[in-house]
Design a binder for this molecule. Sequence first.
Ligand code: GTP
Length: 264
Amino acid sequence: KPSTSSPTTDVKKPIIVIVIGMAGSGKTTLMHRLVAHCHETGKRGYVLNLDPAVTNLPYGANIDIRDTVKYKNVMKEYGLGPNGGILTSLNLFATKFDEVVGLVEKRASELDYVLVDTPGQIEIFTWSASGAIITEAFASTFPTVVTYVVDTPRSTSPVTFMSNMLYACGILYKTRLPLMLAFNKTDVTQHEFAVEWMEDFEKFQDAVECDKSYNANLSRSLCLVLDEFYQNLHNVGVSAVTGAGMEKFFQTVDACRVEYMENY
Ligand code: GTP
């Protein structure tokens, strides 16, 4: 899309990048790489950790949920298991989220990107009231983009790819924010096959229908839904391990900022 110079796009605000992904997709490694890339290239980054259960954070966070909520105490106090403990910790933190937004607002003129790490269990963020409250609190104050991290080597089967994209589609539907897919682990598997499937509806459909164990009608309908979904998507291939694709990642975030300014 062409960039416009309306008054709203000229307001200097950082963009919030909410990083979500299935467990094992490489979210934490990617966050580490993004933070390092900001340091190396002079991008002014600010980092938020929203995972109360993480034991070792390989990067420094400016705001860390663990400083406010002790997840193990929450488990004991409320008699909860690990997932309930994480969810309740996030709920407790969400009640104070206006303070977090206030802190970021104070620093706004000095920042370019605010990178937000979310709990390892994706549904704790995407299917909870507190995830929605946090997302909404950011999106009503700053340009905001959701980055969905895809484990590329584990998505080469068309059916797995479709399931993963349907999940991402649900996230777009729920948040109504610009969404970018970060195809991670491209050092193991390049993401060209995914771009081809997203750009050429028929190639994707042929690939899905090769698998005779799936209902062809359902697959066709889902392909149509996804074709529409892909029109609204940004994507980038990255390797959190080698650092490939980092500059393109931030260029894609910038494209999402333009989209946010035009549509939200
Ligand atoms: P949770 O901690 O369960 O939420 O997982 P996560 O999504 O944060 O993934 P994590 O960063 O812990 O990475 C999972 C595994 O994938 C680790 O063994 C990483 O070393 C590996 N990994 C992450 N990114 C890459 C990558 O770009 N390339 C390769 N080859 N491996 C990667």
